[in-house]
Write a protein of this length. Structure first.
Length: 188
């Protein structure tokens, strides 16, 4: 009886591990689209994309495209603009949808060295709220598609309550550890 119990437990663990690994496939998100203006150039806790809390989005949709499209995880995107942040030109978009307290917003930001520059981002973080980040969670973005090494993606958590005059804040860590910060309107 003891061997049978152990065999049953081992089988259950093996099955559970197999199912969770099979369900873990993530596909790349779509490319960001360029736009108009934001604000930036100010100097400024990370949290990785693989988080332990639930979000209302599906990572299993196939979004691998080699060309620019007007859609995000849920279809169309809202162009939040283009800004110069430090020595970078930054373009931001978010998926169409209301900014709702306590939810998240899928965000894509394309970070390139400004004309004539050679700066390179080593990390990018986003948050929604105020510049000081009080009440917000900084989400560390990642490059989901190696074919688009300048496009960073994450799901920024929306604070509850949402502070007045909230914006999308983008913090770019430059190789060497220095960081620069800029913002974009949420266009709700």
């Amino acid at each position: 009886m003891h061997r049978r119990t152990i065999a049953l437990i081992v089988s259950a663990l093996y099955l559970g591990a197999s199912l969770s690994l099979a369900a873990c496939e993530e596909k790349p998100a779509p490319p960001a689209k360029s736009g108009d203006s934001g604000s930036g150039g100010k100097k400024s806790s990370a949290h990785d994309h693989d988080h332990d809390h639930d979000h209302d989005h599906d990572h299993d949709k196939d979004h691998a495209h080699d060309h620019d499209h007007d859609h995000g995880h849920s279809g169309k995107v809202i162009d939040l603009g283009t800004a110069t942040i430090g020595s970078f030109t930054v373009k931001a978009t978010r998926d169409v949808g209301e900014i709702v307290a306590g939810k998240d917003a899928p965000i894509d930001v394309t970070v390139t060295a400004a004309a004539g520059g050679s700066a390179k981002a080593s990390a990018v973080r986003f948050w929604i709220g105020t510049e000081d980040g009080r009440g917000s969670v900084k989400a560390k973005a990642e490059i989901e598609n190696p074919k688009e090494p300048n496009r960073w993606h994450t799901h920024a958590e929306i604070p509850n309550p949402i502070p007045a005059n909230s914006k999308l804040w983008v913090e770019i860590e430059v190789e060497g550890g220095k960081s620069v910060t800029g913002s974009f309107p949420l266009k709700n």
